[in-house]
Structure formats: C-alpha cells, structure tokens
Design a protein around this ligand. Structure first.
Ligand code: TYM
Length: 332
C-alpha cells in the first residue's frame, strides 16, 4: 500500500520555496486518500548549532505552517522527529549499512561542511542515513520533496537496497521521489542561478511565509528580471532564469501549467506581470501567515497535536523497527 512521508527542518523561517516545493504539495497529496506522515525533523536541525529556545519556537511555528498550508492533523500524521525514538534507532543501523564514501559525495554535505570538514559535526555527515531512517521506518513508498533533495533520496534507495542485499531479505521498499509541478526549484529573487533559501543573507532574495502584504509586493516589484517582455511560448524562457522563475511561481500559486500562464500573459512587460504576480502571491499567502499567527499564539495546542501525532507515528514505526532488529540479529 502506498504511504507518503516527508520532512522539513525547523531550522529557520519558512520560505515560498518550502511552500511551493513541499507544503502546498503535501496538502494536495493528503486529499488523494493516501496515508501521509509529515515530520518536523528537529534532530536533523541540530546537525548545525541551534539555540534551544529558537529550536522550540521554530518547531511550533513550522507545525503551524503545515496546518495553515492545509495539512490536516487528523487526516495526516503530524509530529516532530525526536518524539519518535525509532527514527534514531533505525538511523544507527543505517549508519552501519551506508559507506563513508556515499556520505562524502553528497552535495549538501560539501556545501554545509565548507572547507574545514574536520570541524563539521559527525551528525552532519550522517544526515542522509537519518533521513533514510525517517522514510523507511514507515515503509514509505512516496516522498514529495523539492529538487534539492533528489540526491538524498537516491541515497535512501541505495541504503534500502544494500540492507536488503546484506541480510538477504526483501524488507525495505525502494522509495520513489516525487518531484513534480512548476515550482520544485524556486530560485532567489535576486539571482536566478541560486535557489531561494532561508539561509541567504539577503531578505530581499526570498519571500517568507511570515511576510506581510506590503513586504511581499515590494519584494516581487524589486525582483531581478531582464528587460524583455514575456515570450509567447515556454521555450522562450529557457535562457531567462529570472523570468522563468517568476512564471513558475505564478503557475504554482495559481494551480496552472506554465503554458497556461504564458498563454495568458504573452507579450506583457514585467511592469504589468509583476503587479499581477504580487496580487496573486498576497491573495494566496496572506491567509497562511494570518493563520500561522493565530495558531502559534497557543503553543500548548500545537504541542498536543505533535504529541498525538507522535503516538500515531510510533504505532507504525515500532513494529517495523522490531522486525529490523530481528533481521539484524539483536536479541529481544
Ligand atoms: P528542508 O528543510 O531544507 O526543506 C523542506 C522542503 O522544502 C523544499 N525546498 C524547496 N523546494 C523548492 N524550491 C526551493 N527553493 C526550496 N527550498 C526548500 C525541500 O526540497 C524540502 O522538500 N533533508 C530535508 C528534510 C528531511 C526530509 C526527510 C525530507 C529530513 N528527512 C525525509 C523528505 C524525507 C531538508 O533539509 O529539507
């Protein structure tokens, strides 16, 4: 039976990239009747230093972001990683299955560890094994993510295959990454060659889910573009990363295809298209930020949701971990 799993790090604010690449698609997939499990990956977050009070606040804010984006904590399972110990327990086993070389090849490791890898945390290197455990401890079959997580999901498949081979079993499923839609890689508003990221030093490069209407409109007005009008077909965007990014964002927000957006706006100058995009973005995002504010005002309610979600998650994860221990030869 199909089961969806995905996770987001509570390591800072949510961006439009997180919304279009992940949250909005989670809400859409949940309504297709598949069981969905969504996780605030607080143990991944601490692979780089997090202030404890900030981590608590960001975990609650992220939970509010899921709910405000349309993920229903009754239909889906919504919880934080550290409350289901089975993730860490399976991750240890995967640490012993995965090879050092696999980890050192990951582009996220190379980016985040920087030049002085000797000073990076051991957890940062092992990050993808914990991610594989997140997914496989539920025998999840489908993992909706943005483009930047593709390499990690390939490693998850490699870990599942090697475990099955090493132990001569057909136990862990080989997971399908689901990277679909117009906005699987939302780019910086200042530089069409960089992805939109919460860690970019320029706040003008991104739209935060907590931005107010004026800020959203201003950031879109000031977004970098070229001087040409919009083309009359999608191929006309191939060499125009900034223009393509704005069209992709429009398409994803409006639930249209890129071709439909082009058909509607062909020949328009950015002086016309940007205000239309700003209106659309404000209309879609403002209700989310309002709802996030409302929800975070009651942290006890959010904590209760995460606790209930964790109990439901453990009901699935616990027998899968027990079976794994048996396969590996741990005496119970
Ligand atoms: P994270 O927290 O960096 O991002 C969460 C999700 O948002 C997507 N995303 C984007 N999509 C489109 N355009 C962008 N600019 C953009 N920026 C971020 C990411 O692709 C992701 O889907 N390692 C993961 C968290 C994780 C996970 C997992 C995901 C841990 N365990 C198991 C799936 C399954 C991460 O750091 O995502």
């Amino acid at each position: 039976t199909p089961r969806v799993f995905s996770g987001i790090q509570p390591s800072g604010g949510l961006t439009l990239g997180n919304y279009l690449g992940a949250l909005k698609r989670f809400a859409d997939s949940q309504d297709q009747g598949v069981q969905s499990v969504f996780c605030m990956v607080d143990m991944h977050a601490i692979t780089v230093w997090q202030d404890p009070e900030a981590l608590r606040r960001q975990t609650r804010e992220l939970t509010a972001g899921f709910i405000a984006s349309g993920v229903d904590p009754e239909k889906s399972i919504l919880f934080n990683q550290s409350q289901v110990a089975e993730h860490a327990q399976l991750a240890w086993i995967f640490n012993c299955v995965a090879r050092m070389g696999w980890m050192q090849r990951m582009t996220q490791w190379k980016d985040k560890a920087g030049k002085n890898t000797q000073n990076a945390s051991l957890g940062l290197l092992a990050y993808p094994a914990l991610m594989a455990a997140d997914i496989l401890v539920y025998h999840a079959t489908h993992v909706p993510v943005g483009e930047d997580q593709k390499q990690h999901l390939e490693l998850t498949r490699d870990i599942a295959i090697k475990f099955n081979n090493d132990y001569g079993v057909d136990f862990f499923p080989v997971t399908e990454p689901v990277i679909e839609g117009a906005a699987t890689r939302v780019m910086s508003l200042r530089d069409g060659s960089k992805k939109m990221s919460k860690s970019d030093p320029s706040d003008m490069s991104r739209i935060n889910l907590t931005d107010d209407a004026d800020t959203i409109a201003q950031k879109i007005r000031k977004a970098r573009t070229d001087p040409e009008p919009l083309p009359d077909n999608a191929e006309g965007l191939a060499e125009r990363p900034e223009a393509r990014n704005l069209v992709n964002i429009y398409a994803a927000l409006a639930d249209l295809t890129v071709d439909q957006v082009i058909a509607e706006h062909a020949g328009q100058q950015f002086g016309t298209f940007k205000p239309a995009l700003a209106d659309l973005a404000v209309a879609k995002l403002e209700p989310i930020s309002t709802e996030m504010k409302r929800l975070t005002a009651d942290p006890a309610e959010i904590d209760a949701i995460l606790r209930r979600g964790s109990e439901r998650a453990r009901e699935i994860a616990s027998p899968i971990l027990a079976k794994t221990y048996e396969i590996v030869g741990m005496v119970r």
